[in-house]
Design a protein around this ligand. Structure first.
Ligand SMILES: [Zn+2]
Length: 250
């Protein structure tokens, strides 16, 4: 089974002790590509470093809404030009934790969308309790390639996102008991979703609460297979091909 990990933070210190071995294991278990995600200046640079070191890893660069206060446009514009940078992200709005003031989050989100437009790059969206604002801003900027990472909206919002031609990405949350995400899995078209772990966070059942890694993608794939009544291999292939197209890999 060929698997594409579309969202991980393998540069984080959680992996300092065993990164090398883990990446070898990932490769051996069928994980063909990994998108490593930046959330600020340091992690964006680290993502690029990781992508330089490993052929099968690609990077994104951007300021997470939590870190919007520290945003430096020049840095992201420069980093985004690296040949292994395949998207701007993760960027967006987080009205749940509001670690940066709302106005700054919006301003920084817009600035980064301009960079994505200028460089013709897709965007990886972090949206927490900010569905309408994220949607309206993306719509206004006419961004074509959009993925809502760790999608957290309801069915009505999912339909709006899908209607725009945007993508929905599923994490281990879909394996949690009583997760309403099952309904989103059911309605998302086969050509509009990816799988991701968001490692080191959001471990799927049966590893909930522990450090996550791309090796756990198979639990997410199995859950989608169950809900959509298609084979795990088909789920992995769909997600794989969707991600290859989206991130423009080769
Ligand atoms: Zn993330």
């Amino acid at each position: 089974m060929k698997i594409f990990e579309t969202h991980a933070h393998l540069n984080f210190k959680d992996f300092n002790k065993d990164r090398e071995q883990l990446l070898k294991k990932c490769k051996a278990s069928g994980i063909e590509y990994v998108i490593n995600i930046g959330v600020d200046e340091k992690t964006s640079k680290n993502s690029i470093d990781l992508a330089k070191k490993y052929d099968f890893i690609y990077a994104t660069v951007g300021y997470h809404p939590h870190d919007a206060k520290k945003f430096d446009e020049k840095i992201i514009r420069e980093l985004a030009k690296h040949k292994k940078v395949v998207a701007i992200g993760e960027i967006g709005l987080d009205y749940y934790r509001n670690l940066s003031p709302k106005e700054i989050q919006i301003q920084v989100f817009k600035k980064q969308l301009e960079i994505a437009l200028d460089l013709n790059l897709p965007v990886v969206i972090h949206d927490r309790e900010a569905h309408e604002d994220c949607f309206d801003i993306l719509n206004k900027y006419k961004i074509k390639k959009v993925v809502f990472h760790c999608f957290s909206g309801d069915e009505i919002f999912a339909e709006k996102v899908i209607d725009k031609g945007w993508f929905i990405s599923f994490t281990g949350i879909i394996t949690y008991k009583n997760s309403i995400m099952e309904n989103i899995v059911r309605i998302v078209p086969e050509n509009k979703f990816f799988v991701e772990t968001d490692s080191p966070y959001l471990s799927p059942v049966p590893f909930r609460g522990k450090r996550n890694s791309p090796l756990n993608l198979r639990y997410i794939i199995e859950k989608i297979s169950e809900v959509k009544q298609i084979s795990p291999k088909k789920v992995a292939d769909l997600s794989f091909n969707n991600a290859i197209d989206f991130f423009n890999i080769n």
